[in-house]
Write a protein that binds this ligand. Structure first.
Ligand SMILES: [Zn+2]
Length: 390
């Protein structure tokens, strides 16, 4: 068993990475280690497990056995506590140049455990242009034992100068059976629910897991997919838009609250708040207020991002519905993502034309673009609902 066994449906990437990890081991032992590179770019559609693959590779770099999956080094990487692994997660809508510069300074240090210093940069596509330029410098002249692992949905999301310096690891959307198998064996999900969730999530592993294990998530999906049949009049379109925006906001708020509470109390503890206050260093208290303000700003920007992401996920769910309708209209022999809603799909497939379905999919895509361009969500979603109805 190795750390790469946990990657679902990514045999090719796993082979490439375990070979590279072996080469990295040669470098540590003083050899040449052909095939080892300092900058890697993990790409693949959302849910294909980019971060998981990068983390498995990080473990394989730290592990004396190339990623055995059970030693101390592997374990520390996988739970995120390894001193030589730094995971970078942009919490707001973008990643700033200041954050990147600080990161590059830390990345320059030698590994404490003697093997590699690994920086795992999630959502590297969210780096601002200035931040990307700073990053490029760091990748161009890497310290001998520093490895950069960048993750982004597609290689084209990064500047070409960065992309060209990275070795590319391309992940693919895992097959429904592979995802269902993992849910059944690793999470003890009953086979029929595992298949339903894997299908509905269309290869998005964590989404499939959430659908299989969390009833609230299943309910929200049902509510989103009930929209097409509810759009009988203008009033219904407006209220459907309200519901969709509200659901996305609630979902984001729940996620945000859980994250915020933890961070704020950690920070307060760090600055001594909640203790008796006796002999508390005044400078420290002032520093605490500044840090708290900074944390609140970051949390606010993350909340915005979560809200946007959650609404976007709901829109993609709607796209999957109309894509199924289109497949039925063309009699295409493909697996339906929303097989459980066959009745609804069939009705719409019979009562409309493929041209209409395509136009509806376009309306959803246009709404996504408008949201990305900061149009008021209620207005953008309302316009979409009206277009879905007509
Ligand atoms: Zn190990």
């Amino acid at each position: 068993m190795t750390v790469f066994d946990d990657l679902v449906g990514q045999h090719h990437a796993a082979t490439v990475l375990s070979r590279a990890a072996a080469a990295a081991g040669e470098v540590v032992a003083g050899g040449r280690g052909a095939g080892m590179t300092h900058a890697w770019l993990f790409t693949g559609p959302p849910g294909s497990g980019r971060e998981e693959a990068a983390r498995a590779f990080a473990a394989a770099l730290m592990c004396p056995d190339g990623g055995c999956g059970h030693c101390d080094q592997c374990h520390q990487v996988l739970i995120g506590s390894h001193p030589d692994l730094e995971t970078v997660r942009p919490e707001g809508l973008s990643y700033s140049v200041r954050q990147t510069r600080e990161l590059i300074l830390r990345a320059a240090g030698a590994p404490t455990q003697g093997r590699w210093r690994v920086i795992l940069f999630e959502d590297a596509d969210r780096a601002t242009e200035a931040a990307a330029n700073a990053l490029l410098k760091a990748i161009e002249e890497p310290p001998p034992r520093t490895v950069w692992l960048l993750c982004s949905p597609s290689p084209d999301d990064l500047m070409i100068t960065i992309k060209s310096r990275c070795r590319l690891v391309t992940l693919t959307t895992p097959a429904t059976e592979a995802v269902a198998h993992v849910l059944a064996t690793r999470d003890n999900v009953p086979p029929d629910i595992a298949t339903f969730a894997a299908r509905a999530a269309q290869g998005h592993i964590s989404r499939a897991r959430a659908l299989a294990l969390d009833e609230d998530v299943r309910r929200r999906r049902e509510a989103v997919l009930a929209i097409p049949r509810s759009l009988t009049g203008v009033g219904e379109c407006v209220s459907a838009a309200e519901r969709l925006v509200k659901t996305a906001e609630d979902e984001a708020a729940a996620a945000t609250a859980a994250l915020n509470e933890n961070e704020t109390s950690e920070l307060r503890k760090l600055y001594g708040e909640g203790s008796t206050g006796k002999g508390l260093n005044r400078g420290l208290v002032r520093g605490g207020a500044g840090a708290l303000k900074e944390l609140e700003d970051r949390q606010k920007s993350r909340a915005t991002r979560l809200k946007r992401d959650s609404l976007d996920a709901a829109l993609l769910e709607l796209v999957s519905f109309y894509r199924d309708v289109l497949a039925m209209q063309f009699g295409a022999a493909v697996e339906l993502a929303n097989d459980d809603l066959r009745f609804d799909l069939d009705q719409l497939a019979r009562s409309s034309t493929p041209e209409e379905t395509l136009r509806r999919i376009d309306a959803i895509m246009q709404c996504r673009e408008r949201l990305a361009a900061n149009v008021n969500p209620q207005i953008a979603v309302e316009a979409m609902m009206l277009a879905l109805r007509s």
